[in-house]
Structure formats: C-alpha cells, structure tokens
Design a protein around this ligand. Sequence first.
Ligand code: MCN
Ligand code: CUM
Length: 808
Amino acid sequence: MNKELSRQERADALGGMGCKRKRVEDARFTQGKGNYVDDIKLPGMLFGDFVRSPYAHARIKSINTDAAMALDGVVAVLTAADLAPLGLHWMPTLAGDKQMVLADGKVLFQGQEVAYVVAKDRYIAADAVELVEVEYEELEVIIDPFASLKSDVVLREDLVAEDGSLPDGAHGPRKHHNHIFTWEVGDKETTEQVIGEAEVVAEDMFYYHRTHPCPLETCGCVASMDKVNGKLTLYGTFQAPHAIRTVVSLISGIEEHNIRVISPDIGGGFGNKVGAYPGYVCSVVASIVTGVPVKWVEDRMENLMTTAFARDYWMKGKIAATKEGKITGLWCHTTADHGGFDACADPTKFPAGFMNICTGSYDIPVAYLAVDGVYTNKAPGGVSYRCSFRVTEAVYFIERMIEVLAIELNMDPAELRRINFIKKEQFPYQSALGWEYDSGDYHTAWDKALEAVDYKGLRAEQAQRVEDFKAGKTRSLMGIGLTFFTEIVGAGPVKNCDILGLGMFDSCEIRIHPTGSAIARLGTISQGQGHATTFAQILATEIGLPADSITIEEGDTDTAPYGLGTYGSRSTPVAGAATAMAGRKIRAKAQMIAAYLLEVHDDDVEFDVDRFVVKGAPEKFKTMKEIAFAAYNQAIPGIEPGLEAVSYYDPPNMTYPFGAYVCVMDIDVDTGVTDIRRFYALDDCGTRINPMIIEGQIHGGLTEALAVALGQEIAYDDMGNVKTGTLMDFFLPTAWEVPNYETDHTVTPSPHHPIGAKGVGESPHVGGVPCFSNAVNDAFKAFGLRHTHMPHDHWRIWQTANKLGLHG
Ligand code: MCN
Ligand code: CUM
C-alpha cells in the first residue's frame, strides 16, 4: 500500500470486461490435462458399443445374440425387446417426435442403433458387435424429400393410425404419411399480391446441403448407478446438463434429486451435443442392469453418420422490388429434410427454428414463409453447427436472394443492400415475420467494410480480369463475396421459448469468500468458448474483485443453478446477463456493509472500480476485499452474514448481433481450385467482453464456414449409404486451406441486456457461409451464372465453368 494506484491502474488490475484476458482454461488443455468423458475411469467400469444397421431402410426379421453373449468378457446384449418392458425402446426427441432407442421392427437410416453390447473392455465389445446376427429385409429407400412427399412407402409406420388416417404431429396436421409439419409465418395473401404486381421479381431455389459439425471429441457418456444409495451419476458430453437431468428423470422414473449430471471438459460441441442419443439411454439401462458403471464413446464414423447433422434445407424464394431496387416483398417456401425422426433441437414453438429471420437486415414491408418438414431415410438432427436455430439457413437464403435480385436489376449488390437496410433510427424494428430487432447500425458497418477493402477498386480489378479472361490473357476469375447478416441469439424469453416445456432462462450463483475471492456457478456449459475466462471478467467489473480471484464453474447439476445450457449463442445474452445481475445483488449488499463500516448512510457511498468510497471524500473507502471479510466477521445490525447472490434471468428479448463480411477469391477455371486472397469480417456483438476470445470465435466460425461452403457435406447415395462418413471423405479444413482473416468491429450495445452484450459464437458461421458462396457465384456472374449450389468443391466449380462454356 505504499503507492496509491490510479483509477485506471485499479481497473486494469481487475482484468474485467473489455480486456484481452488470456484463457484460464488453456493451461490444462495445452498440457494434456483436460478431463474429458473418455478420461473418466471408474472402478469396475464396463464398455458399451452398438450394432448398427448397414441398411438405410429395412425390416428387422430377427436378431440372434447367442454368439455375442458366448464371447468371453461380454456381459449383456440389449435389444429393443429388452428395453420394451421398461418402456425405453423409444425416447422423446426435443422436437416433440419420438425416436427408437434400439431398432423396433425396422430401421430408418444407415447406422441406426440395433443392439447394444456391454463388455469388459472396448475391444471385446467391438468384437461382440460383429457376432450379433441380424436378419434384415431391405425396403425401398427414400433420400429425396420431394420424392418422399409423393411416395407410397410409409417411413414412419408408428405415425399412421390403424384405419390409415394420419394423426396430427407435434406441430399440427400432416399432409402425407412422410410429412412432419407445416409451419407458416407472415402474410401470404398480401405477399403474393405484391409479388404479382411488382416491377421486378427474382426467383430461385437454394439448397443448403446437409453437413455435420464434426467436433474433435465425439459424443459419449459414463453412466453410474449406485444401487445402495439409489443415485445415478451421468457424465457426458452434454451442452445442456440440467435439461438432460430432467429428461432422464422423466423417461427413467428416477427422481430428479437422485440424478446427478456432469458435463466435464467438452472437446467442441457446435450443437452436436444438445440432444439425447440412444447411447445415453442404453448406458443408463446397462448400468442399472449390471450395477456397475458403463462407458460409451462413439467413434468418428458413428459421430458423422448418426448424430445431429446440420441443414438439409431446400429454400425456394421470390423477392419483389421496384425498378430502383427498393424491396417490396419476400416469399419463401422451404422443404426441410429431417431424416428418419424429427430430432431438431428447436424451441418448442419454432419447428423451423428462427428461420423467420429470413428477411435479414432489410426493411421488407411484407413477407411470407412456409416450411414443410419431411421424413427421409437419413439420420435425424438438423439443428447444429453454429446455426442459431436455422439462422444459418435464413441468412444464406436472403443473402443469395439479394445477389440474384441484383442480377435481375443489373445493380451493384453492395448498393442494393445499402438502399434496403433497416435504418438506425428504425430500431427497435418490427420485422414482417414477427421479430423485434433490438438495435443496429447497418449503414455504418457496411460503409466501414466496403472502405476497408476498397470495394470500388476491387470491382474495377474484377472487370479488368473478365476482359483479360475473354482476351485469353488469364485463366483465372475473381469473385467478390458480400454478406451482411443479422443474427438473432439469446433464447429466451421464457414466454415464447421453451424446450420440452422448460423455459429458456439462465442463471448464475455467486459466493464471495471471506478473503475476497469468489466462485460463480452458471447454468451454461463451455465446450471451448472460454466461459471460465469471460464470465469472470463480467464479474470482475461488476463486483470489483480481480478476475483471477474468481472461479467459474459449470456443468455439475448438483452444484450449478438450473439453466438451459449452451447453444444458440445464448450464454452471453442470457447467463451473461444473469451473471451481471447476480453481481449487482452482491454489490448492493456490499454497499450496505461499506456504509456501516464507514459509518455513513447507504446512499453516501458509491462504487468505484474495486471499492466503495464516501461521496465527496475519496480518501475514505472500503475495498471489496475488505467488505468481503467484514461480511464474515462483523455482526452488522439488520444484515445477514455472508456474501452470496443468485440470479435467474429471463431476457426481455433476444439480441441481434450483425456483421459485414467481404471475401475476395481467385478461381482457376481449368481446375476449379479456389484461392481466398482476402477475407474481411466486421462483427458487431454489442459490448465486447473479451476481444481476444471474440476473435478466436470468429476465426473458428469462419473456418467452419469455409469448410461448409467449399466442400464439406454429408452425402448419400440412392441406397442411403453415407458417402462421407470418414475424415477421408468429409472435408475438414487445415492450415493449408485457411486464409488469413482480417477482423474488425463496430459496437452497438443491446439496449435491454444489463451490460449491452450480444452473442457472437455463431455469427461468423452464419455470415461466413453465404460470403464464401457469394464469392464463387460472383466470379461467374459475368458469364451468365445466377446461382450454383454448395458445396463449391473444385470438381463442382470445374463443372460450373464447363457448363458455362469456359473450357473452350
Ligand atoms: N463473448 C464476448 N463478448 C460478447 C459476446 C461473447 O467476449 N459480446 C465471448 C463469451 O463470453 C464467450 C464466447 O465469446 O466466451 C462465446 O459467447 P456466446 O456468443 O455467448 O456463445 P456461447 O458461449 O453460448 O457458445 C455457443 C456458441 C454456439 S451455439 C456454437 S454452435 C459454438 C460456438 O459457440 N460452438 C463452439 N463457438 C464454439 N467455440 C468452440 N471453441 N467450441 C464450440 O463447440
Ligand atoms: Cu445451432 S449449433 Mo450451437 O446452437 O450449439
């Protein structure tokens, strides 16, 4: 205490909001000391493995487990027949559908779970899987959702009544036995009228292909039933541990207080680890049956072929505009391929997620969206991979639609965007499809982006390149990809967002220890996003204790307050808000303690970075550290001992981050090889908690966007075989393909969030995919291309060039 620190120095010492605090997680991750599910080893633990269907659609004639059971070290082989008496051969999905845990009479996709082998080690289990004899009778396979809606083949026999009628699904009436739901938003009649009378209409079909988030760590769990105490502990790769606890309780009948769900370190989630998988149910049952812990961990192929995929949306669009380019209406019909079971992880009232953000960043007076969900013989899932509940699809749709309209209008697409942006003064903005955008300043961001890349210069260079190409001086074309996206993240509000009836609030509980350090527990769970680093920063600023003195703990349902978990970039908008609010409760009590210690009235002290000072007498103060101690050692009249707070936060609205991206790409017409010369990403996520973590999120999301746009897919052949079920075929970009990203930002705080922060985790992916795709399409625009489907791998690009007659 020799030298008095300046206010700024005191603030810097806290490591609070806005600073590039280094990730506290990395010490263990970079030294191989992470604790992932597969690191958990319990005494006597057994291992589970699945027999999976080689067929995409087949009836199961018989299953013979004798040879497998006879193998030394095999403890049990479970089939649907074993689970049926427990009512566990089917399980509810997050979308209100049900899904077979183990094949019940038939299989609906390649890789579907047929039997579950439990053995003394992982290798014996794998050997035993080979010994289970399953007799299949192949059925006609349906891979195309359009064909599915016309087919006589009934995929889900459980969803057709005995008299042949179709009971309603979770989202209302069904039109056909392979139809799941129709979801309509907006004003159909007016929209169609506007389009019918418009001066200019652009129309196209955009396919956002099926892909997969492919986290480094696959899904897995360890179930441990303690029969003496009646307690089930379930460790697993869960993005929503509390929701899993509730679901396990509901389907198993075990009381919720007797279930402890723990998400240890997670090696990437990306939405792949939100839902419930048959592996979890089978492991729990196996542990109950055997009385010892059972571990199940997928291999890479199982993860790619059977767990939550992403996209598979066919989006037909029409957009109307005046000759000057003012958009007057938007129409979209989407055919959504959900595979064999509807296991989309959307909030209940939104069967196509937040696809109705598809009016994008534009002031579109009238719009209409309809989505038809369809069953096919593919794996279930659909909402994953930095998707913000289908916002990826919505943004891809509108950003391709804008490009096609620009062609129709013969107008510069950057200018077309500019003249249609929602203006700053229009916020809060009510969109035609029902959202209230909380805040935005699109023109500022757009101008900054276009200037940063010298947009005019790029277009001039591109025009020259086209001339050179036509003159035979070059075989390379140049594409300029533009995207302006608006995201919608942070579900809640509880009044319109729930999953399986659980309102989407989130929570934070703080305990300040006597010596001025703290632990905060949240209802969310980091999978790599760095919550232990950033949530401590929020608290450091709110309660004036150093971030380094604050432990953040997530993922143990026995200790953390109830929360809905981490996905949809909701942690910052919801749990981050809860953290700030709980911090403010701590501060309010600290203020009373400080006033008592300083012998003044509560109103006569004010918070100053890391202390409360007497107003007008800054030399009289008590630091938060001193106050923390006082909370435990002073008998203060009218104030309980201790310093703790909890907040459950129900957000009044979602947050609406946005961004402006530009991609400059050179394409070799003769090989289809793409070279990303430049990628500029401006993001606005409101108040920035940790700029370095944000930058990391953006680099990661852009790289995944590059993957999806330029080659990654889950492709099926006509027999329903997954053609890209290994990393030999499924494109994962490496340092070789990844360009040097330039990041930039503007800051438009959310007006309703306690610290003004918006989510960012999914933004770069949502904005990145259309940007890469627009660049490819733009490169061939001068030669008459309107739209070509993703993924733009070298072969497809070569074909595009070939079809356009560019190979001479
Ligand atoms: N952040 C910040 N300032 C803001 C907003 C966010 O500093 N204004 C920080 C947050 O404090 C947090 C990180 O950025 O450390 C991401 O925050 P947020 O946008 O709230 O997203 P979530 O934490 O809810 O993470 C979910 C999101 C999703 S849905 C997917 S999918 C995805 C993504 O995060 N999965 C990831 N990024 C991922 N990154 C890693 N490494 N691994 C995954 O599985
Ligand atoms: Cu949609 S992928 Mo994230 O929400 O876990």
